[in-house]
Write a protein that binds this ligand. Structure first.
Ligand code: MG
Ligand code: MG
Length: 275
């Protein structure tokens, strides 16, 4: 059953989402060649606790850490370790926060130093597909309209859309109904209405959509070992339209990137707080 949220509940989800956003912004400056993902994980856990939240992933379904860190051919659910990052890697960082009883959950794929142009294109197209999906989250549209739009856009670039992992409702639980696949035929599933909150999260592979899982029971990687990208935003449906609760602007602020990509999905201009 899809839980409809009150305005007050949406504001609490926004707070949790923004703490994830700030955490990712803090990490953006730290992600560089030579740094280990375990170090990033420690920084993130400290930062979240210092700002009044709890790591949302730690212990969930038995996951051992604060961050899911998935370099290169890893799609999602990578476990932090002591291996240093290399120039030219990409690193998908997925982070959750629990605060005031509500979850935030979002993700960004970072370049590590200079990356190959074809890998940069995978990141750009995957992020563009996230916004194309978000644009479908409107009153009267249906759940599968999101995945249909994401699939159409990314497959036109020759990429593979991961089937087995999906976006989801978000609230008092990290994973609520409905499941939001990133592929499929349009016009299927529940109709969207005000008060729904979704985590929309395309996972897009440069090659085949097929995946494998490592024997650690967590790490998902591409079957052809080509790179994979993952971008995730938390979005509420307000007055029939999608309203972004999370933001990549802390990341862009940290990296000196100019962007207004989110502005059309926010009623009021976002003012970045100190973080
Ligand atoms: Mg996530
Ligand atoms: Mg998620």
């Amino acid at each position: 059953m899809i839980k409809i949220k009150t305005k007050e509940q949406i504001e609490l989800i926004r707070k949790s989402a923004l703490l994830v956003s700030k955490t990712l912004g803090m990490l953006a400056k730290e992600i560089k060649p030579g740094v280990t993902t375990l170090y990033l994980d420690k920084l993130a856990e400290e930062y979240i606790r210092d700002h009044g939240g709890e790591p949302g992933f730690l212990g969930m379904y038995g996951f051992p850490n604060t961050l899911c860190v998935s370099p290169n051919d890893q799609v999602v659910h990578g476990i932090p370790n002591n291996k240093p990052l290399n120039e030219g890697d990409i690193l998908s960082v997925d982070c959750g926060v629990l605060m005031n009883g509500f979850y935030g959950d979002h993700a960004y794929t970072f370049p590590v130093g200079e990356i190959e142009p074809e890998v940069k294109k995978l990141l750009d197209v995957t992020k563009e597909s996230l916004y194309i999906g978000i644009d479908q989250f409107r009153a009267g549209k249906r759940v599968s309209d999101i995945g249909h739009a994401i699939q159409k856009y990314t497959e036109a670039h020759g990429y593979g859309v991961v089937r087995e992992l999906v976006g989801h409702g978000l609230g008092k639980k990290m994973h609520e109904d409905p499941q939001v696949p990133n592929y499929g035929r349009p016009g299927r599933g529940k109709k969207f209405k005000d008060g729904m909150v979704l985590a929309i999260e395309p996972m897009i592979n440069m090659g085949t959509h097929r995946i494998n899982q490592l024997s650690d029971g967590w790490t998902i990687l591409t079957a052809d070992r080509k790179p994979s990208a993952h971008f995730e935003h938390d979005v509420a449906l307000i007055d029939g339209k999608p309203e972004l609760l999370s933001t990549f602007y802390y990341i862009y602020d940290a990296l000196g990137i100019k962007s207004n990509e989110e502005d059309k999905f926010r009623k009021e201009k976002l003012i970045l707080e100190d973080y």
